[in-house]
Ligand binder design. Structure first.
Ligand code: S3P
Length: 429
């Protein structure tokens, strides 16, 4: 198990982050959705993280031909998805497992989805229960809640499903299942979760329309979809670690080009702005997604903030935001964020434990935490195998130095994170 020692960063930095990790959510979807066409998809800037490479390997096991030319990956789908002769390993990826459940539920054959020990302990009932209710045959430990999951794909009924969680993974699994159902299906969530699936599938020719009272209607296509031709934008969730770095180090600034400006993904930048950081957005193009540049600069000590709305739009950035909150003047609070408990680790417990180790006063709530802004102290942090905890506290290390244990997980989403961090400070692995 590797550890990183991050030293305090002595001088302000002005960083242009051309090589920020490509978007994880969109990369997973490229690997999966290319299977729905009958022609090759072209994907540039695919995230070469362990999570998304696992999805690409699964696409190959299902019969796709993957031609990896370095900067471009060409994915040629099979005429019919193939029943694989081995298990499908999603690694650490909840997105991989939940979306493949929806994609495979309507495909003839037997499929076993598994993952690492962290993924095998995460709840899958949120997708397996609604899929079972429309005819999918899925089984797993705890009555289909825990992987390994066995799917025996078959005919699916159209549905009208109102999700109890605002989750893009649940929504995407159900949309993928709806593509193979026997009639148009309807789906509703109480607050719009990230909408890459809707945007990309519409771009591939699927009819997904918005109806009254927040329902969307998904019509099964009559034939194969248009292939994807896409350049994956930079991942705002990965970029956000460096945005926090710029917001807490006096005199620092970062420029993040080619990043998705999808409103369901950049809410954390808005919160950082509300805390007093200087943040600018420049829209450059709109291909599947609005894409542009974000600039963040230090603008004095941050002020405390309360976050309890639009949680689905910043759920992945809350650990890094917690580091910003810990430096702010006053008490910040996060509420309505119980979903944090079922991420790659229980992120409420991991954030609170790590902040306390750093001498920051915190209180834990069932659905969030309070953070009393103060001064970080160097500590040894256990990542709990969670990439976002490891990276968030590496950023806190810029203030006072930090030792992070169990950093291998960073490779799931941002393989060059420490290399990039070493452009601003001394890092030893
Ligand atoms: C994701 C959706 C979110 C997010 C995850 C990626 C996606 O999960 O936390 O990192 O790509 O659909 P939920 O949909 O479970 O909230």
């Amino acid at each position: 198990m590797n550890r990183a020692v991050v030293e305090a960063c002595g001088t302000p930095f002005d960083l242009s982050l051309e090589a920020i990790a490509p978007d994880k959510s969109i990369s997973h979807r490229c690997a999966m959705f290319s299977l729905l066409s009958d022609r090759p998809s072209t994907v540039r800037n695919f995230l070469r993280g362990e999570d998304t490479m696992a999805s690409l390997s699964i696409a190959r096991q299902l019969g796709a031909e993957i031609e990896d030319r370095g900067d471009v990956i060409r994915i040629t789908p099979p005429a019919e998805l193939r029943e694989p002769d081995d298990i499908l390993d999603c690694g650490n990826a909840g997105t991989g497992m939940r979306l493949f459940c929806g994609l495979l539920a309507g495909v003839e054959g037997s499929f076993v989805l598994t993952g690492d020990r962290y993924l095998r302990s995460r709840p899958m009932k949120r997708v397996t229960a609604p899929l079972q209710s429309i005819g999918a045959k899925i089984d797993g430990r705890e009555e289909g809640n825990l992987a390994p999951l066995h799917i025996r794909g078959g005919r699916l009924k159209a549905f009208r499903y109102e999700s109890p969680v605002d989750s893009a993974q649940v929504k995407s699994a159900m949309i993928l299942a709806a593509l193979r159902a026997d009639a148009p299906s309807h789906y509703r969530e109480s607050f719009l979760s990230r909408d890459h699936t809707e945007r990309m599938l519409r771009g591939m020719g699927v009819s997904i329309t918005t109806e009254a009272e927040g329902w969307i209607c998904i019509t099964p296509p009559k034939g194969p979809l248009e292939p994807l031709d896409i350049t994956v934008p930079a991942d705002p969730s990965s970029a956000f670690f460096f945005a926090v770095a710029a917001a807490i180090i006096p005199g620092a600034k970062v420029r993040i080009p080619g990043v998705t400006l999808n409103p369901t993904r950049i809410e954390a930048f808005k919160v950082l702005e509300a805390m007093g950081a200087a943040v600018e957005y420049r829209l450059h193009e709109d291909i599947y997604e609005p894409i542009g540049e974000i600039r963040v600069a230090y603008n004095g000590r941050l002020a405390a903030v309360e976050v309890s709305q639009r949680i689905a739009w910043l759920i992945d950035e809350l650990p890094a935001l917690a580091v910003a909150m810990a430096t702010a003047e006053g008490t910040s609070r996060v509420r309505n964020a119980a979903e944090l408990r079922v991420k790659e680790s229980d992120r409420i417990a991991s954030v609170v434990a790590a902040l306390q180790a750093c001498g920051i006063e915190t209180e834990e709530y069932p659905d969030g935490y309070a953070i009393h802004g103060g001064v970080f102290r160097r500590a040894t942090i256990d990542s709990h195998g969670d990439h976002r905890i490891a990276m968030s506290f590496a950023i806190a290390g810029l203030l006072c130095g930090m030792e992070i244990e169990d950093i291998d997980c960073v490779a799931t989403s941002f393989p060059n994170f420490f290399e990039m961090l070493s452009r601003i400070t001394e890092v030893q692995i």
